[in-house]
Design a protein around this ligand. Structure first.
Ligand code: BGC
Length: 803
């Protein structure tokens, strides 16, 4: 969290950490990294290391500082320390490793005590990546842990720390990996009888966890339960999430329980998880007559809505719940309207955000990926910052991007980068839209939280990225290679719908997409350089930016104002980012409309075009069309999936066809947040509040609603670092009433579109198109909006082709 935010919204957790840690972040480590000799390597039972120790006098300030290569769970005198999940989290382990600090005085006693640390494979050495390129032991073959309990900051205050004196043994976790799931044998009594080895480890790599650790959310009870023909019990928890089941088992004797997970049922109502690809995503439990109370897996998580339970033996489930987990459990924004599908879509985006902000921003939580894809994070960052406080989380992520940045400046497709250590045939570096995460995300952190430090910290990496892309240009146009995996290969407008196969729709070319994004990144880097006082960088990049601007216009803007690639993404990005010359904007807007008409008023955009589509339409005065595109309920469109029962955002527009058939399992996640990026438009465009670049962090707030027929009444809020911003509007006949609240310490600018007439602000007439400045408090604007009489969508194809 940035400094400003620290003062303004100091969360309970931070207060606890600051109080409990007592300056511990500043002191060196007495502990050594130790590995359990009981560990048999990747895929074998999780190990534990343990130590008995004695305390003569407790001072009440004792803290445990702890981390591991692997995932750990610590116990003092048999009681779990803290409630965080998947600690120490996921970083580029050969460069940095997070540690956590917990108050533990209440778990200790004077006299004899025991500390035990369980260690599983986790991200450190679980096989990761899709099956053809699956890699295990990415960061190392040996798990290990480092921990110390201290009563103060001096060396003499160390109560116990990991060293060669500890013992090790196996745990009831017989296998545990990220995609695999967990095998747990509740019948075994673990013995700790082997030793440990002190391993070479540079404590300089240890960093205090930079964002909130992964936490459990309120558990979800099943909403439905039934048996299939094979006698297995299925549970529907009503919500797709990332997390795990928690269950209690009673048994009369030895039994085995298998739990499988799925996001959807197929069209026959059968359990379906073909889309998990090679991720096993199972939990297997061995129990005896003692049963098992409140079990949930330790070092793994799954993306699921349904669980299927197969029992061999007498075991019975007496309670089962789904426990969602997330690094961003608290929502900070809401949006509701008169359209229930839209309202549900917004909730779905919140759930996809939660499910994919698990210490790293992942593409999806269920299949054999769950990786920190930079493109997905780039397009969703704005929405993420609204839906929950994502500052610290994204700062951590951009630091990972910088660590993974290649010497030539290329940014990796995923971070922490799983091919960094053992490069494969496809290098996964340097794509347009993915690599631009290094400019777009810091800029969003500046706008949203007023964090200028992150601009200073990332500017060198931004410049390196730009120079990398520049090296792919000829005459100001980026020319990415066509071979997948080649240096600078461009993923283009990923997952752009292709239209009917009889007449495929044009899509943006890689050269135009890459040149547009180079222009966007240059614009951000120029502003960042100016803001952090680097005028020579700003001036060099300004020159490159003008070259790109001229080249783009020469190459891709035809004399009539049509773009060379005549598709929605090209128009959306070029118009939104000012690459169409002013004398051609009207004509280009006509062609933009035509591109939408050719798809029957549906979107035709992929990952990079979708977030720009509706803001671009609003910018060129086509707010009503933006509303129609957004509200149509067929494929491709945001609301179709809601109609089909989605509870999270789908990866593909057509993941389930209208007849219930499920798309090819090869790439079909039901929990991918990228297309949820439209929520940024719902808040900034429709509800109409957004940060002002000239006074970021919502010191100045621009209020500029887009009235969409069919959405009234709209109401939204956002808990910014300045306090709560809210806005709502109703449209009755042609009368709009827009109410908005500016928090204390901030100021607002009401900027009404020219098409809104007879406007009044707080009872005084104002001119549409002219900014009105207001102070903190509630304000009311009333104005007239005539819904366009023409039927926008459905105009004839012929007419649509004529701007
Ligand atoms: C992921 C995407 C990602 C893409 C890029 C996919 O498999 O799920 O979200 O951005 O790969 O390569």
């Amino acid at each position: 969290m940035c400094n400003l935010a620290r003062f303004l919204i100091l969360s309970g957790w931070e207060v606890e950490l600051i109080r409990g840690a007592k300056g511990i972040e500043a002191i060196g480590w007495a502990a050594r990294m130790i590995r359990p000799l009981a560990d048999g390597g990747e895929g074998t039972p999780a190990s534990q290391v343990a130590r008995e120790f004695s305390i003569s006098r407790l001072n009440g300030n004792e803290v445990l500082r702890i981390s591991a290569l692997g995932l750990y769970r610590a116990f003092i005198n048999g009681q779990r320390v803290g409630e965080d999940a998947l600690t120490p989290g996921w970083t580029n382990y050969d460069a940095r490793l997070s540690y956590q600090v917990y108050d533990v005085a209440h778990l200790l006693k004077e006299g004899a005590n025991t500390i035990t640390i369980w260690i599983g494979d986790g991200w450190y050495r679980s096989p990761l990546m899709w099956i053809e390129e699956r890699r295990k032991n990415i960061w190392g073959t040996r798990v290990s842990a480092i921990a110390e309990i201290r009563g103060g900051t001096g060396l003499a205050d160390v109560v116990v720390c990991t060293d060669g004196q500890w013992t090790s043994g196996e745990t009831p976790i017989r296998k545990s990996q990220i995609y695999f799931g967990e095998i747990f044998d509740a019948t075994m009594t673990p013995k700790v009888k082997q030793g440990v080895e002190v391993v070479d480890f540079d404590p300089g790599k240890l960093i205090a966890h930079e964002c909130e650790p992964v936490r459990e959310l309120e558990p979800l009870d099943p909403v439905k339960e039934w048996q299939d023909r094979e006698g297995r019990t299925l549970y529907d928890f009503g919500q797709n999430t990332a997390g795990y089941v928690r269950l209690t088992l009673a048994a009369d004797g030895p039994s085995e329980v298998l739990i499988e997970h799925a996001e959807v049922l197929d069209k026959h109502g059968q359990f379906y998880n073909g889309n998990y690809r090679s991720a096993e995503a199972i939990i297997r439990l061995q129990v005896d007559e003692r049963g098992l109370a409140g079990y949930s897996p330790h070092f793994t998580y799954q993306g699921f809505r349904y669980a299927r339970v197969t029992i061999k033996g007498s075991a019975r489930i007496t309670r089962i719940q789904s426990v969602p987990i997330s690094s961003v459990p608290q929502a900070t924004a809401s949006f509701s309207s008169g359209n229930p599908l839209v309202n549900r879509f917004f909730q779905n985006a919140i759930w996809s955000h939660r499910s994919n902000f698990i210490d790293v921003p992942t593409d999806c939580p269920q299949r054999d990926e769950r990786l920190g894809f930079s493109g997905d994070a780039q397009v969703f960052a704005g929405t993420a910052c609204y839906l929950a406080d994502s500052h610290d989380f994204l700062v951590k992520y951009v630091r990972e991007l910088m660590i993974d940045q290649a010497p030539d400046g290329a940014i990796s497709h995923t971070s922490p980068h799983i091919v960094r250590v053992k490069p494969g045939k496809r290098m996964q570096y340097g794509s347009t839209g993915w690599g631009d995460a290094i400019t777009v995300i810091p800029w969003r952190l500046y706008l949203q939280y007023g964090d200028r430090d992150i601009l200073a910290e990332t500017l060198p990496a931004m410049v390196k990225w730009i120079d990398f892309v520049w090296s792919l240009t000829r005459d100001g146009i980026v020319r990415p290679p066509a071979t997948p995996g080649a240096r600078g290969f461009c993923l283009g407008d990923w997952l752009q719908p292709k239209g009917p196969s009889s007449k495929p729709l044009p899509t943006i070319g890689d050269d135009a997409a890459a040149t547009l994004y180079l222009y966007i990144s240059l614009g951000i880097a120029v502003r960042a350089a100016e803001l952090v006082g680097e005028p020579s960088i700003a001036s060099r990049l300004t020159t490159l930016r003008s070259e790109v601007e001229t080249a783009f216009r020469d190459e891709f803007v035809t004399p009539s104002g049509r773009l060379a690639y005549d598709d929605q993404t090209s128009y959306a990005l070029a118009l939104l980012h000012g690459l169409v010359p002013s004398d051609k904007i009207a004509a280009a807007t006509g062609y933009f409309r035509s591109a939408i008409m050719r798809t029957g008023g549906r979107l035709g955009t992929g990952f990079i075009g979708t977030p720009a589509l509706l803001p671009a339409l609003v910018k060129v005065g086509e707010g009503a069309l933006a509303g129609e595109v957004f509200l149509q309920e067929d494929v491709p469109g945001w609301l179709y999936q809601v109609r089909m029962g989605a509870t999270t955002v789908w990866e593909r527009w057509d993941a389930i066809r209208a007849d219930g058939t499920i798309y090819d399992p090869q790439m079909n996640s039901f929990n991918h947040y990228a297309f949820g990026a439209v929520c940024e438009w719902l808040l900034e465009g429709v509800a109409g509040f957004r940060p002002d670049e000239t006074a970021p962090g919502f010191e100045s707030i621009v209020f500029s609603p887009t009235i969409v027929d069919g959405l009234s009444p709209v109401t939204a809020h956002y808990d910014s670092v300045r306090g709560r911003i809210s806005a709502s509007w109703t449209l009755v006949g042609d009368e709009v009433r827009y109410e908005f609240v500016v928090p204390e310490g901030a100021r607002g600018t009401l900027r009404l579109s020219l098409e809104y007439r007879d406007a009044e602000l707080d009872g005084t007439p104002i001119m549409a198109g002219v900014d009105a400045i207001v102070g903190p408090g509630k304000h009311v604007a009333v104005f007239k909006y005539a819904i366009p009489g023409r039927q926008l969508i459905g105009e004839s194809l012929l007419a649509a082709n004529m701007p």
